[in-house]
Ligand binder design. Structure first.
Ligand code: ADP
Ligand code: ZN
Length: 731
């Protein structure tokens, strides 16, 4: 390009360039200022969370500046990924690393020397090798080096979590090329690491951009891990409602294999990943995950380094992580594309004990102390009633105000109740039974069970027998767990989990310590992706199919071709021509030319086949979407109903209101589950309610209630209405 043309080209607005090369319509927060500064030849330090959009900050300037931008990156697998994505946007990028043969290396070097390349990715040890340095000289003399972009810059710091000595040598670049600007990028937020990067790389009055690490698209939730069966059922439910790709982290290899196997038994496509597998199997499973050949990867913490998959929709921690740093990094792998993702942690007191045991095995005392402290903070997080984002960000030194609107504690605040009296009852029952029993037995005594073990030991004669009938088993367990977590009671670790009293327990019984607990409520995982109408959803699936075929042909990951959000945009807008196709988010000029025709063809055929209106005419709601799968809480109610329990009994057992249970049953009826209306509402009452519905319609309950002169309860009306509705579905 001539100098004159180059300057004209640069005058186009940055937004135009962004759309043209990357297909995006607007910059993410911070990107534009960074790019403008980079174009002024200044040094930069960029601190952004994973998925914040760091790469674009050096990629776009690289295209707009003359000369070659050199990107230093420590991970070979990521290099290939980034380069493939860039090439797919028609950007001349390449990488040099040890995975290439000699001929291929030569070929790439020639391309670089001929000025065909704008971005070169290279690992630090190669960049600084004796063989490479003269080549670098040559490049600089011939076409100029426009920028050194140092990705994962925290690797220069011993204070970071990933120190790499070879990064220290990068100082040499500054000495040899004092005029070439440097851009350092990292997702590590601590001040110490930041200062270290500036000092080690000798950045000159750098423009520093520190983004908030608040990732508003990630939903954080902690669930009680009650028993193995429930935890697995809940996991299955999360996988099914959220859909898409996900990672499940477990603490042991054995557990990884077990969960992966059980998921496959339940028709979930899942594969394991842990250090006990051989390299080949691990790589295969990882590639399958990245290429969307498998939905779920069940893994130990060995998995994830260098995974750049943008569309991970959930990260489940099946076991308690050892520290917050690791936890944040692992959950941070979800939702890189900025779309909603779920981060669910299952927490149990038993996990805490297991980790404590492992810590106890460590030889070094100092190490032990640090590990214990980290574990404590992790547990504080798990038990907190505060905003989860606030706690996590606080850990990394960011003062986030809370009220995020996207964590369990903000969305469903747990009511705090004074349970001192109950705690006194519980602890004195432990005392009366001489500190020789576990939680289950104590609760049986409190609830007045006639179980053989209780009677044999004459525990029905104790003064605490039956004084806790007013609370459910689950409620007592919640209290007991809370007492344990806070050290108001102990539990033996000999495998019998016998409850023991300590000084705190006696203080509670002496009314010197007040016990306030957060009341657990189960809440439903919501489907997170932008919901599409049924037709759009089907078209979306077809577009996904096409994307997968193209990706397989090119041997790249599907997201290199298009992101899910791009396909969703296509399914909604249904472009029929190339100039409509380029309006889709994620479509730049190159992708329009490369893929436009194929995608448009699928869209056209689909519209023709289903008689769908094309772009700009909205789809009519053709049919109401029927969601026929009961939620987990409804299933729990159903199980008890099947055992023959009445609505009142179920409510009592579950610690929920009777009206809630009636609503569950009504929903279950609508979802065509085996709930018999005749057992719930007398036939003659049914008749009257049906007549009323025929008169007033079934939209609202209150008019029906009033029409029936308040003779029948809302619950009865709800149930009969559900029965009528389920009947109608048969047509
Ligand atoms: P990081 O390196 O900070 O972890 P990436 O640079 O990989 O993040 O960007 C994360 C994702 O966001 C990528 O899929 C990228 O294509 C996308 N992205 C970056 N900038 C924008 C933008 N301005 N608009 C839409 N998507 C963007
Ligand atoms: Zn919150």
């Amino acid at each position: 390009m001539s100098l004159q043309n180059q300057s004209k080209f640069n005058q186009l607005s940055l937004e135009k360039h962004l759309k043209n090369y990357f297909g995006y319509d607007s910059f993410r927060p911070g990107q534009k200022e960074i790019i403008q500064t980079a174009l002024q030849q200044k040094d930069l330090l960029i601190v952004m969370p994973t998925g914040g959009g760091k790469s674009l900050c050096f990629q776009l300037p690289a295209l707009l500046k003359s000369g070659l931008t050199i990107v230093v990156s420590p991970l070979i697998s990521l290099m290939q990924d980034q380069v493939e994505s860039l090439q797919d946007n028609g950007i001349t990028a390449t990488f040099l690393n040890s995975s290439l043969g000699l001929t291929e290396t030569r070929r790439r070097e020639t391309d670089i020397m001929q000025g065909k390349i704008k971005l070169l990715y290279v690992a630090p040890e190669r960049l600084l090798s004796d063989k490479f340095l003269p080549f670098l000289e040559l490049i600089n003399a011939q076409q100029g080096i426009s920028t050194f972009a140092i990705d994962e810059a925290h690797c220069v710091s011993e204070w970071g979590h990933d120190f790499r000595p070879e990064y220290r040598q990068l100082q040499m670049l500054r000495e040899s090329y004092p005029d070439v600007p440097m851009m350092a990028l990292t997702a590590t937020a601590t001040k110490r690491v930041r200062e270290d990067i500036i000092a080690q790389l000798n950045l000159q009055k750098p423009y520093i951009h520190i983004a908030s690490f608040f990732r508003s698209n990630l939903y954080y939730e902690v669930r009680q891990k009650t028993n193995a069966k429930n935890t697995f059922a809940e996991t299955l439910q999360i996988i099914r409602t959220v859909g898409g790709s996900g990672i499940i982290y477990c603490n042991s290899r054995k557990r990884v294999d077990e969960i992966a196997y059980k998921l496959r038994q339940n028709n979930v496509s899942a594969l394991p990943y842990h250090a006990g597998m051989n390299d080949e199997d691990r790589t295969t499973n990882q590639t399958k995950f990245i290429r969307d050949d498998v939905d779920v990867i069940v893994a130990t913490v060995a998995f994830g380094m260098g995974i750049d998959k943008p569309d991970v929709r959930f990260v489940i921690h099946y076991d308690l992580p050892k520290n917050i740093e690791g936890y944040y990094q692992e959950t941070g792998r979800s939702g890189r594309d900025g779309e909603a993702a779920q981060c669910i942690l299952f927490f149990s007191y038993g996990d805490k004990k297991n980790i404590e045991y492992l810590i106890g095995q460590k030889g070094d005392e100092q190490e032990q102390r640090i590990a214990e402290q980290q574990l404590r903070r992790m547990i504080n997080y798990a038990e907190a009633t505060d905003c989860r984002h606030r706690i996590l960000l606080g850990y990394f030194g960011e003062d986030f105000p809370g009220n995020c609107g996207n964590c369990d504690n903000c969305k469903y605040p747990k009511p705090i109740e004074d349970w001192t009296i109950e705690a006194m009852k519980f602890l004195s029952c432990v005392a009366r039974t001489k500190e020789r029993f576990g939680m289950t037995h104590i609760i049986e005594v409190l609830r007045g069970s006639k179980n053989q073990k209780v009677l044999e030991r004459k525990h029905d004669k104790l003064s605490t027998y039956g004084i806790g009938k007013d609370r459910t088993v689950e409620q007592w367990k919640n209290l007991a767990r809370s007492l344990l977590h806070r050290g108001l009671m102990e539990e033996t670790t000999d495998g019998y989990s016998v409850l023991k009293l300590n000084q705190n327990s006696w203080d509670v019984m002496g009314k010197k310590i007040k016990v306030e607990i957060a009341i657990e409520k189960k809440h439903q995982i919501e489907k997170t992706t932008t919901s599409l109408a049924t037709d759009e959803q089907r078209l979306f699936e077809e577009l996904r199919g096409l994307r997968k075929r193209i990706a397989d042909e090119q041997m790249v990951a599907p997201y290199v071709v298009f992101h899910d959000s791009n396909l969703r945009d296509m399914a909604q807008k249904r472009p029929q021509k190339l100039d409509e196709f380029i309006e889709i988010s994620g479509v730049g000029s190159r992708k329009r030319d490369k893929y436009g025709k194929q995608f448009i063809e699928v869209i056209r055929n689909y519209c023709a086949e289903y008689g769908l209106p094309t772009k700009s005419e909205p789809i009519r709601e053709l049919a109401k979407v029927v969601d026929n799968v009961p939620s987990l809480t409804q299933i729990e109610t159903l199980e008890l109903y099947k055992k023959g329990l009445s609505i009142d009994a179920i409510a009592n057992e579950r610690g929920l209101k009777t009206s809630t249970i009636a609503s569950h049953l009504a929903e279950l009826i609508e979802k065509e589950q085996p709930v018999d209306i005749d057992k719930l509402v007398k036939p003659e009452i049914q008749k009257e309610i049906i007549a009323a519905i025929e008169e007033v319609g079934d939209e609202k309950l209150t008019p029906l209630y009033e029409y029936l002169q308040e003779r029948y309860s809302y619950d009865d009306i709800k149930l009969v209405r559900a029965f009528l509705r389920s009947d109608r579905l048969d047509f």
